[in-house]
Design a protein around this ligand. Structure first.
Ligand SMILES: Cc1ncc(COP(=O)(O)O)c(C=O)c1O
Length: 414
C-alpha cells in the first residue's frame, strides 16, 4: 500500500492502512476508542515484521556470519532512527527495553539503590500512571527517602509556582508524565526541566501518551530521561524506549544482568560494556525494533501536522457530543490536551456504561486507568470511562459512541 501524503491523511484515507479497523466483527466494524491502552497496527508493520523474520532473523551482536551482521545493522539502524525521531544527540542515548514500565523501573531502581537516601525527596505528580508511581514508592521505601506529591488544579493543570515551592535542596528527582493518561493534559516539560535544573534536580518524563500525538524533541525539552512504549505509537508490542542524557545514562545501574552487556567476566566478577549495551542484557526484541523503525517512516509520511489537524477536529466533535447528551463530567479540561477524555457518568457506573458500549461494538476503557490516586484526588471513587482517540478515528466512530452513550443513559438511568 503506498504511503500517504498529508492531504490524504486529512481526507481520512489513512484508516485503510489499518487492517483490524476494516475487519467485520459480528457484522459491524469495531469502533476502537481505547487508543491510550494500545494503538492499532498499520499493514506496513505486519509487512516489516514478516520481512524481518523471513530475511534478517539472527541474534544481534553475536554472530560473525553475514545474517547476524545484517540483523545487527537493522537493529542498530532502528536505534539511530529512534534517536533522530526524538532528536536525541546520539544513538547511544537510546536503550531498547520491553516497554515504558520497564524503562521507568530501570531508572527508579537505580535511584532507590544508589542515589536516594533518608534525607532525599522525590517529587511525583498526582497524575502519574502506576508505572511512574509504584517504582518510586519502592525506591523511597528502600532508601527511606520521602515522596512529595505535586497535585494538579481542578482543570488538570500542573502549576509551576507550586513546583517551585516543593523543590528544595533535598529534592533529587521529579517524575512527571508528558501527557496524562487520564486527564489528557500536556504538561510543560521544558519549563519543568528548566526550573528543576536550577536546583540540580533530575527530571524523569513518562512520554507514553505524548509520542502518539505530537513530535518530541529531547534537545528542546532538555529532560534527563524520557520513556515510551512502541505499541502505543502504532508499533509492535514488547518494545520500549528509554532515552537518557549520556552523562546521566552512564551512571544508571543495570537493572538486568546477563549476556551481551559484559566485557570481561571471571567466575566472581564482571565488567560492563559501554552504553547502550550495558543496559540491554539478554536478547533484545530486535525484530520489534526494526519494525518500529518502519513505523517512524510511516509517521513521517503522515506528518504530525496532519495528525494534529485531525485530532483537533475529533476533540471538538467529542466536546459537542458531550454537550448534546449531557450527564458526563470530564476529568481534565486543560487548554493543552490530547484527544483523550476520562468521563464520570452521572448516576451510572463507568463499567456499566462500557458494557453497553461494548454491545454496540464501541471499545473504550472503564476503571481507574492505572491511576487510582488521581481518581481518588478528584473524588471519582468508581473510576472513569475513558475515550481515547487516534488519528484514524472518524465520524462513524463518534456517531457510534454518541448512540451508545445515549443508549446507556436510557437503559441504566431508568
Ligand atoms: C502514561 C502511561 N505511562 C506508562 C504506561 C505503561 O506502558 P506499558 O504498559 O506499555 O509499559 C502507560 C500505559 O497505559 C501509560 O498510559
Amino acid at each position: 500500500m503506498p504511503l500517504l501524503n498529508p492531504y490524504q491523511v486529512q481526507l481520512g484515507l489513512y484508516r485503510d492502512h489499518f487492517p483490524l479497523l476494516q475487519n467485520a466483527r459480528n457484522k459491524n466494524a469495531i469502533h476502537y476508542l481505547d487508543n491510550a491502552a494500545t494503538t492499532q497496527k498499520p499493514e506496513i508493520l505486519l509487512q516489516a515484521t514478516n520481512y524481518f523474520y523471513k530475511n534478517l532473523n539472527a541474534n544481534v551482536h553475536r554472530g560473525v556470519y553475514q545474517l547476524s551482521q545484517e540483523a545487527t545493522q537493522a537493529y542498530e539502524g532502528a536505534r539511530s532512527a529512534v534517536a533522530r525521531f526524538i532528536k536525541a544527540r546520539n544513538p547511544s542515548e537510546i536503550v531498547f527495553t520491553s516497554g515504558a514500565t520497564e524503562s521507568l523501573n530501570i531508572i527508579a531502581n537505580w535511584f532507590g539503590h544508589e542515589v536516594l537516601d533518608s534525607k532525599s525527596e522525590v517529587i511525583v505528580t498526582m497524575m502519574e500512571h502506576h508505572a511512574n508511581l509504584i517504582p518510586w514508592q519502592q525506591a523511597c521505601s528502600l532508601s527511606k527517602a520521602r515522596m512529595v506529591p505535586w497535585t494538579p488544579d481542578e482543570n488538570g493543570n500542573l502549576d509551576l509556582n507550586i513546583l517551585e515551592k516543593l523543590i528544595n535542596s533535598k529534592t533529587k528527582v521529579i517524575a512527571v508524565c508528558h501527557v496524562s493518561n487520564v486527564l489528557g493534559t500536556i504538561n510543560p516539560i521544558r519549563e519543568i526541566c528548566a526550573l528543576a535544573h536550577q536546583y540540580n534536580v533530575t527530571v524523569v518524563v513518562d512520554g507514553s501518551q505524548a509520542v502518539p500525538h505530537f513530535p518530541v524533541n529531547m534537545e528542546d525539552l532538555d529532560c534527563d530521561f524520557y520513556c515510551f512504549s512502541a505499541h502505543k505509537v502504532f508499533g509492535p508490542t514488547g518494545l520500549g524506549i528509554l532515552y537518557g542524557k549520556k552523562e546521566q545514562l552512564e551512571k544508571v545501574m543495570p537493572f538486568r544482568l546477563g549476556g551481551e552487556m559484559v566485557e570481561i567476566v571471571t567466575f566472581e566478577s564482571a565488567t560492563y560494556k559501554p552504553l547502550p549495551a550495558r543496559l540491554e542484557a539478554g536478547t533484545p526484541n530486535f525484530a520489534a525494533a526494526y519494525a518500529f523503525s518502519v513505523i517512524i517512516d510511516f509517521l513521517k509520511s503522515i506528518t504530525y501536522d496532519s495528525i494534529y489537524i485531525v485530532e483537533q477536529e475529533l476533540k471538538a466533535k467529542m466536546l459537542e457530543i458531550l454537550d448534546r447528551i449531557g450527564g458526563f463530567r470530564i476529568l481534565g479540561n486543560a487548554e493543552e490536551k490530547v484527544p483523550l477524555f476520562a468521563l464520570i457518568p452521572e448516576k451510572m457506573h463507568p463499567h456499566d456504561v462500557a458494557q453497553v458500549l461494548a454491545l454496540q461494538n464501541v471499545a473504550v476503557r472503564a476503571g481507574y486507568q492505572c491511576a487510582m490516586p488521581l481518581h481518588r484526588y478528584y473524588g471519582a471513587e468508581n473510576g472513569s470511562l475513558r475515550v481515547s482517540m487516534a488519528f484514524y478515528n472518524n465520524q462513524e466512530d463518534l456517531d457510534a459512541l454518541e448512540e451508545g452513550l445515549k443508549k446507556a443513559q436510557q437503559m441504566l438511568k431508568g
